[in-house]
Design a protein around this ligand. Sequence first.
Ligand code: UT7
Length: 321
Amino acid sequence: MAVPSRVVTNHDLAAKMETSHEWIVERTGIEERHWVEPGEGGAELGARAAKEAIARAGLTAQDIDLIIYATLSPDFNFPGTGVFVQRLLGIKEIPCIDIRQQCTGFIYGLSIADAYIRIGSYKHVLLIGSEVHSTGLDVSTAGRDVTVLFGDGAGAVVLGRATDDQHLLLSTHIHADGSEAEILWTEYPASTRHPRMSVEAMDERRHYPKMEGKRVFKHAVTRMPQAIMEGMVANGLKLEDIDMMIPHQANLRINQMVAKMIGMPEHKTHNNIQKYGNTTAASIPICMHEAIELGKIKPGDLVCLVAFGAGLTWGSAFLRY
Ligand code: UT7
């Protein structure tokens, strides 16, 4: 994982907008997040996380034959950010796929990597979730409901063909429902608008992310338990079989509610939104990395990953680490 060095506390935000440490902690659990310094980008964070993942896999960058880059905050409009990571890693001519499934991006990425590895197209897939939210947030009081939630960061994994049944990806289940896409979105710049960006749109703050928080919350606490149950049924698992659940980090209250709804004891889940905020596609690999470092996930453990986010999109993955 990689996060920018600059830590932004709730008190720092309270100095810029009408909010408070108490409100943010009570509603979300978030205490601080990391935001980039000018010039620092998602590709750079992604490449830092990727280098660590490749080294821990006992490989070199030259062993990677596909990059999947999940983000909702690409460094530029085009090309996709994956090619910039490829360049930073010094790898040439391997394919780079950018995917746009927001908070569920990492689970979607796992399912794509899994399919390619199963059919034998690629041997070592580098999957990165990386986000720079801070450069696109409204730091005035008008944007406070969304701005206090998000942090910058990246997480990366290397996937290869399993050599035994003790360390493998068991399943991925991914879903989407576009019928309420606009309850969590950033409208501008948009190729359906002429021009794509205008002074009027900026005056109306339509280039900042907008969210109907309560509706998104309700969908999250419905869809995440469904995705977990779907994976458990597909793998013939009981709740007791799961050693650790790593949920997407959007709101500590959501994750506590999901754990309670499915009956997962607290010591079998890990959350770190307190330190990083919501890093969308990066949140699951960052949280998983920390759980591994803390010894909460050990080799062979059965791990459940679950996410919900804009789109709306949701899904789960089950693996033996
Ligand atoms: O990762 C993608 C998925 N995202 C999510 O899953 C997020 C889901 N939603 C949520 O986590 C919650 O809805 C929020 C944390 C975003 C908001 O919590 P809430 O309990 O739903 O609050 P609210 O939006 O209903 O706002 C309650 C009050 C409002 O004031 P009034 O109308 O009651 O006077 C807001 O204006 O809190 C106010 N408020 C704030 N006050 C201080 C909203 N944002 C802030 C703020 N600081 N940052």
